[in-house]
Design a protein around this ligand. Structure first.
Ligand SMILES: [Mn+2]
Length: 292
């Protein structure tokens, strides 16, 4: 007999053998509307047993790749400073072992800790820049939110502080203050949603620009339309459908050098049917298969 230790389905490799390491960052203390993302990593693991390990889209199985699930980081509640530091440390440990870190949030602020680690790792080791591809409904470019600089609503602004101008590619954006869209015009590459909806038709152009570079991929699942994905803290109408996001992620995984990735903002308490959690399980499988 063995004790029950739940990992994401098909991610039973040892740390030593793994090419990628997933971990949960169960934090949602800066959520401004509906909290609950702290429950996402464990819900994703539990519900992952409802999906197959095989993807016919990519003709790959999770058993063809080696992924280690290192569980959730133990995070303090409230103050985001030690939380970001704990996430940075876990990510740095994975990178130091030459493995790909894949984080399950948590609210979007968790990205800052992982992105810091990735930038430090590549600056120290190779002296090179890291770029970001962000899928999101929201700009996340505020300087602060209600006086709080470390916020899910300012996470991409904080990443911009580290990465610099022209290093953040934003897709699916359809919500923010006027000043955030003005900031984006000068400092990021933003591909906002049209009145008719989200399209990722400019993604191949972005991929050409980013080819051969180190790219961090952050997927805020509220990029999806609430019709397909109601289980999130800040739903925003006019979003992408699952097929659009999946095609984009498979293309990115195939074409680009992804050095770290995360999926964030699922909120299980907002997911009464369980369909949004099931969607994230499938997205996680497809992301891992596309990256490895
Ligand atoms: Mn976001």
């Amino acid at each position: 007999m063995l004790p029950e230790i739940k990992s994401f389905i098909g991610c039973e490799s040892s740390f030593e053998e793994a090419a990628a390491v997933i971990f949960g960052a169960p934090y949602d203390c800066t959520a401004s509307y509906r909290p609950g993302a702290r429950f996402a990593p464990s819900a994703i693991r539990n519900e992952s047993y409802g999906i197959e390990t095989y993807s016919h889209y990519q003709d790959k199985d999770l058993s063809d790749i080696s992924v280690f699930d290192s569980g959730d980081i133990e995070l303090p509640f409230g103050d985001p400073v030690p939380v970001i530091e704990a996430i940075r440390e876990r990510t740095a440990e994975i990178l130091a072992a030459d493995k790909l870190p894949v984080m399950l949030g948590g609210e979007h602020l968790v990205t800052l800790g992982a992105f810091k680690a990735v930038c430090e790792h590549f600056a120290d080791k190779y002296g090179s820049d890291v770029y970001v591809i962000q899928f999101d409904a929201h700009c996340d470019l505020r300087r602060d939110y209600l006086g709080q600089q470390l916020s899910h609503a300012s996470v991409m602004r904080l990443c911009h502080d580290i990465a610099g101008d022209g290093h953040i590619y934003q897709f699916g954006i359809r919500s923010g203050e006027r000043s955030e869209f003005e900031f984006a015009k000068k400092h990021t590459k933003m591909y906002p949603a049209a009145v008719s909806g989200v399209s990722f038709e400019k993604l191949p152009e972005a991929i050409e620009e980013l080819r051969g570079k180190n790219v961090y991929l952050t997927i805020d699942t509220d990029v999806l339309d609430p019709a397909f994905f109601p289980g999130t803290g800040t739903p925003e109408a006019g979003g992408a459908d699952f097929g659009q996001l999946l095609s984009a992620i498979i293309m990115i995984g195939k074409e680009l050098n992804i050095v770290g990735a995360d999926i964030n903002e699922l909120s299980p308490p907002c997911d009464q049917s369980g369909a949004s959690t099931a969607l994230v399980c499938k997205l996680t499988r497809e992301l891992l298969l596309a990256l490895l």
